[in-house]
Design a protein around this ligand. Structure first.
Ligand code: NDP
Length: 246
């Protein structure tokens, strides 16, 4: 029996990229996975694929910008599997532009998904973790917060806000009930930058991802490593980037 056979893991942003790869990796290692995102057609297909491979999976529509999204995800895990061991707060959006562009709508979108969305996940799962006596928050932040570069100011700020949040939560939770893990990927080949509005910025980011990016499965393996540790071992931070990334 793998150490993940006993785990129930909910994942936000599970409909593509790192979230999808994490769902497949953890399910293959025996975890029951509960998947949330807005594109339910993709989640349906993913659940069907995991079940066809003998895994356990459930899905629900879960927009993390509304409190009700993560609440529904956590409630589904408890209803179907009796508890929730891990919440992977992975939903995220990236909008790339200089601050001087003053694109307030994009700033709001990143704050709402990347920061407020993680807070909504914590609010939904923390009471369950406390009642159970154990729980693990894994969150996808970014190397954008470690090496600050132009055009990623607000994106990096949201990611570093989450890093700060998890560290404070860790220090508030040294009674052994909670574990927190921040995963900082570098370039990963996903759809993340396909939604950047400016065509030149989008093309540049897509090019960097295509030439440098590692596979989302690499990040999924890092997440699995953090999740499969014994309860008294907390992996606080993992940075995982292409070997050739500057
Ligand atoms: P993708 O665009 O492939 O995945 C993003 C996921 O977030 C999708 O499943 C999307 O689902 C979901 N999402 C977006 N908005 C919302 C919302 N309002 N509510 C719920 N889910 C939402 O990109 P990645 O896999 O790359 O991104 C995953 C995480 O990894 C993000 O937090 C990103 O910032 C981070 N990251 C990515 C890096 C990279 O190079 N790719 C590098 C460092 C960090 P849907 O649209 O169906 O709701």
């Amino acid at each position: 029996m793998s150490s993940l056979d006993t785990k129930v893991v909910a994942i936000t942003g599970a409909s593509s990229g790192i979230g999808e790869a994490t769902a497949l990796e953890l399910a293959a290692r025996g975890a029951a996975v509960v998947l949330g995102a807005r594109r339910t057609d993709r989640l349906d297909a993913l659940v069907a694929r995991i079940r066809a491979d003998g895994g356990r999976a459930e899905m629900t529509e879960a927009d993390v910008t509304h409190r009700a999204g993560p609440e529904r995800l956590v409630a589904l895990a408890v209803e179907r599997f009796g508890r929730l061991d891990v919440l992977v707060g992975n939903a995220g959006v990236a909008r790339i532009a200089p601050v001087a562009d003053l694109d307030l709508d994009d700033w709001d979108a990143m704050i709402d998904v990347n920061l407020r969305g993680v807070l909504h996940g914590i609010a939904a799962a923390l009471p369950v973790f406390r009642a159970q006596g154990h729980g693990h928050f894994v969150t996808t932040v970014s190397t954008s917060g470690l090496k600050i570069v132009p055009t990623q100011a607000v994106y990096a700020a949201t990611k570093n806000a989450v890093r700060t949040l998890l560290e404070a939560l860790r220090q508030e939770s040294t009674d052994g009930v909670l574990r927190t893990t921040s995963i900082s990927p570098g370039y990963v080949r996903t759809e993340l930058v396909d939604y950047v509005e400016d065509p030149a910025q989008r093309a540049q980011a897509q090019q960097a991802m295509a030439t440098l990016g590692i596979s989302p499965e690499a990040v999924a393996r890092a997440i699995a490593f953090a999740v499969e540790q014994p309860d008294d071992v907390e992996i606080g931070d993992i940075t995982i980037r292409p070997t050739r990334q500057g």
